[in-house]
Design a protein around this ligand. Structure first.
Ligand code: AMP
Length: 283
């Protein structure tokens, strides 16, 4: 497995399968890398903790950085190369300009209309779209793999690529299922922040999603999710049923509804989601 620090050396691996990450790799990331390898293309994993997608009071400084372990996981999962850029190579005109560019990024509607992550982290998708578009331009992949774990992010990037089909004409975004711990907790680099009692409480999120799956109306599902989160001592930011396509409350049909949750335990913020078979949007 090659380690690429200088963007000039990316030419060796153009047209491959790109897996963008912020490191602190776990089996969720490994599943994306394996899916990339199964495509038959060389897999390039990028590791970059992107400052522009963190808000001023978020966890950029303490975000886990575990490069040695990451390299082992990437190699075992079948990566051909790992790209570890410096902030200067991603943002050559400096971080202050990058923050401005992120704020001015022309975002697809799904990054602003749903009032989910976009409402709670207003600068987040500008930073995500800026860094991902920079990685697409530098790496020129033919496939890029993203997890459903960050469902709004997956939809934002998919829509960004659809709306820029001339710039990234042969690029396809491949969604990958969420990988969970045996007890149901969605794997996340941020799970490392949980203490043992918070780790138990965090199970309320996957249980809330399961409770939604047993409801037939959106109203009942949203009530059930909130109650389950409350019972586990989680502070609900949102627990909603939305259309998978638009992430808005309208147009939800039986085959395309998704339950989405953001909840906090102290200052640790966790998100998760699942497809649900809601047959009535009664509210
Ligand atoms: P991150 O390093 O957290 O920015 O995530 C990098 C990629 O891995 C994103 O496309 C995430 O959606 C994906 N990812 C993170 N956690 C999981 C998981 N538990 N299952 C599947 N994909 C995941």
């Amino acid at each position: 497995m090659k380690i690429i620090e200088n963007a000039e050396n990316l030419s060796q691996i153009r047209g491959g399968a790109l897996v963008p990450t912020m490191g602190a790799l776990h089996q969720g990331h490994a599943s994306l890398i394996r899916a990339g390898a199964a495509s038959g293309r060389p897999v390039l994993v990028s590791i970059f903790v992107n400052p522009t997608q963190f808000g001023p009071n978020e966890d950029f400084a303490r975000y886990p950085r575990t490069l040695d372990a990451d390299l082992k996981i990437a190699e075992a999962a079948g990566a051909s190369a790992v790209f570890i850029p410096t902030a200067d190579s991603i943002y050559p005109s400096g971080l202050a300009n990058a923050v401005t560019n992120a704020a001015q990024f022309s975002l697809p509607a799904i990054a602003t209309a749903p009032l989910l992550e976009d409402a709670i982290r207003p600068t987040h998708f500008g930073g995500v779209c800026l860094v991902v578009s920079r990685l697409f331009d530098l790496c020129e992949p033919s496939l890029a793999f993203f997890g459903e774990k960050d469902f709004q992010q997956l939809r934002v990037i998919t829509q960004m690529v659809e709306e820029n089909s001339i710039r990234w004409k042969s690029l396809k975004i491949i969604p990958c299922a969420t990988i969970r711990e045996a007890d149901g907790l969605a794997m996340s680099s941020r799970n490392q922040y949980l203490n043992p009692s918070q780790r138990i409480s965090a199970l309320g999120i996957s249980r809330a999603l399961q409770s939604a799956a047993n409801c037939s109306s959106a109203t009942a599902a949203e009530k059930s999710m909130r109650e389950t989160l409350d019972q586990h001592g989680l502070e609900t930011q949102y627990a909603v049923i939305r259309s998978e396509k638009t992430l808005c409350a309208t147009e939800v049909g039986a085959k395309s509804a998704r339950a989405l949750i953001a909840a906090k335990l102290g200052d640790i913020r966790l998100i998760d989601n699942a497809r649900v078979g809601i047959t009535s949007m009664n509210r």
